[in-house]
Ligand binder design. Structure first.
Ligand code: NAI
Length: 348
């Protein structure tokens, strides 16, 4: 099979998932186990061909290695991608078959939710393996909805980055939030408590309007939000928010938000730097979610989760400062630091 994947490195292992009876068709990619079990969610999506599913799994698995290493979790990176069957299918049987495949790897890969999968799928997987997180929350244990932790991590990163970029706190500054869903909505609340002025936008205009009314902010259209007069732009909707036209129109001096894969192309890192816009790398600042999911698997307490999430602030500041001192993009420094952590053993 010819596979062309835009990855920087070769994964340790690619496992073909094929169970015609259960309708299972996809891949598990173990990119790296250098820091621990390869952890990353299971995407359930429509792909025209197996090659496309494999390329996506390879790209996403590599991204997980960087995100997990950056967050200093004792985990490597991996991902599963399952092709959604075209016709009718037995969802529970499909995810049970996937659980058996995960179990056969003996803990080298740990799965969780991703685009297209939900808690019920994780419960089906858990009938066959213990190497799964993102299950129903149990009182007294880490786990459950990761969004509040993601929002807290982005908030801590934004405070630290504002100190680096403007030398001030966020109080009195204006933050434009693109997408006020699970993470963006919580981030807006934290920012309001901090005394920031808010401009909010969402495809669901009623949602943006209700939150703006509650928090005393303004609303912008989804076409305008990236170009509004503000200090900080926080992409919290979909990936690829920062393309050439958007970067050219930004008035913010800092970009810091929750969305995955914010740079539409890698060159956008230089384009932002050229306009003196400081970019807080997405996978560094939005690691709160994976930290919470990992804690569920690793048996960590909520205090340990909080400690790891609060560390995102100083980590972000240090990456931004190194980039300025060395004349590199913040993305390049984040990648280099993560690669260093992938090579170094995990401290007990
Ligand atoms: P969500 O689906 O709850 O919220 C996304 C919001 O963006 C929705 O309110 C939606 O209506 C809005 N939206 C969609 N397209 C838009 C557009 N073009 N302009 C403005 N608003 C738009 O998703 P969630 O969980 O809040 O995640 C947001 C981003 O953060 C995603 O990119 C996700 O991959 C990323 N992320 C989320 C984590 C989590 O813990 N939930 C963890 C790490 C990353």
């Amino acid at each position: 099979m010819m596979v062309v994947a835009a990855t920087r490195s070769v994964p340790e292992e690619c496992i073909r998932l094929e169970d015609t009876k259960a309708g299972l068709d996809g891949f598990i990619v173990i990119h790296s186990t250098a820091r621990g079990p390869a952890a990353g969610g299971c995407r359930f999506w429509t792909y025209d061909a197996p090659e496309a599913a494999l390329a996506d799994a390879m790209r996403l698995a590599e991204g997980m290695s960087y995100k997990n290493a950056s967050a200093e979790l004792p985990l490597g990176g991996g991902k599963a991608v399952i092709r959604r069957p075209a016709g009718a299918f037995d969802r529970k049987a499909l995810f049970e078959a996937f659980g058996e495949a995960v179990d056969r790897l003996g803990g080298r890969y740990v799965t969780a939710e991703d685009v297209g999968t939900m808690i019920a799928d994780m419960e089906a997987i858990a009938l066959h393996t213990r190497h799964v997180a993102g299950r129903t929350a149990r009182p007294g244990f880490a786990g459950g909805d990761p969004s509040p932790w993601t929002a807290l991590g982005v908030f801590e990163a934004m405070k630290a980055a504002a100190r680096v970029r403007f030398g001030t706190s966020l109080a009195g500054s204006t933050v434009a939030v693109q997408g006020v869903g699970s993470v963006g909505g919580r981030l807006a609340r934290l920012l309001a408590d901090e005394g920031a002025r808010l401009v909010l936008a969402d495809i669901d205009t009623a949602r943006a309007e209700a939150l703006a009314a509650e928090l005393g902010g303004q609303v912008a259209s989804i076409a305008e939000i990236a170009g509004v007069d503000c200090d900080v732009f926080a992409p919290c909707a979909l990936g690829g928010a920062l393309d050439a036209a958007t970067v050219a129109g930004l008035k913010a001096g800092l970009v810091c938000g929750a969305a995955n894969n914010q740079l539409a192309t890698p060159e956008m890192a230089e384009a932002l730097t050229a306009r003196a816009i400081l970019y807080a790398p997405d996978y560094v600042v939005n690691a709160g979610g994976i930290i919470n999911v990992a804690a569920e698997y690793l048996g960590e307490s909520e205090d340990e989760v909080r400690g790891r999430v609060l560390a995102i602030g100083p980590r972000t500041a240090s990456i931004l400062e190194m980039a300025a001192a060395e004349g590199l993009t913040t993305s390049a420094v984040a990648d280099r630091e993560a690669e260093g952590k992938m090579r170094s053993p995990v401290a007990a």
